[in-house]
Design a protein. Structure first.
Length: 76
């Protein structure tokens, strides 16, 4: 989903380590990318995130943390 939403043409799913940071030294995403991912999560899974909530930062730490967010939401 991240590759499609952000149109990362030179990156394949296998290129992204599940525990690597999405921002900074990891995948190198920025705040605009975070907004686009957040919108995609809302559209696809109905997940609403609060940018001011500290837990949102935790959810966007890595692929694994986003997966955990989706799985937790799916269980509700």
């Amino acid at each position: 989903m991240i590759i499609d939403v952000l149109e990362l043409e030179d990156i394949q799913p296998d290129d992204i380590e599940a525990d690597a940071p999405l921002f900074g030294e990891g995948l190198g995403l920025d705040s605009i990318d975070a907004l686009e991912i957040g919108l995609a999560l809302q559209k696809r899974y109905g997940i609403k995130l609060d940018a001011e909530d500290e837990s949102t930062r935790t959810h966007f730490a890595s692929i694994n943390s986003l997966v955990a967010l989706v799985e937790a939401h799916d269980g509700n």
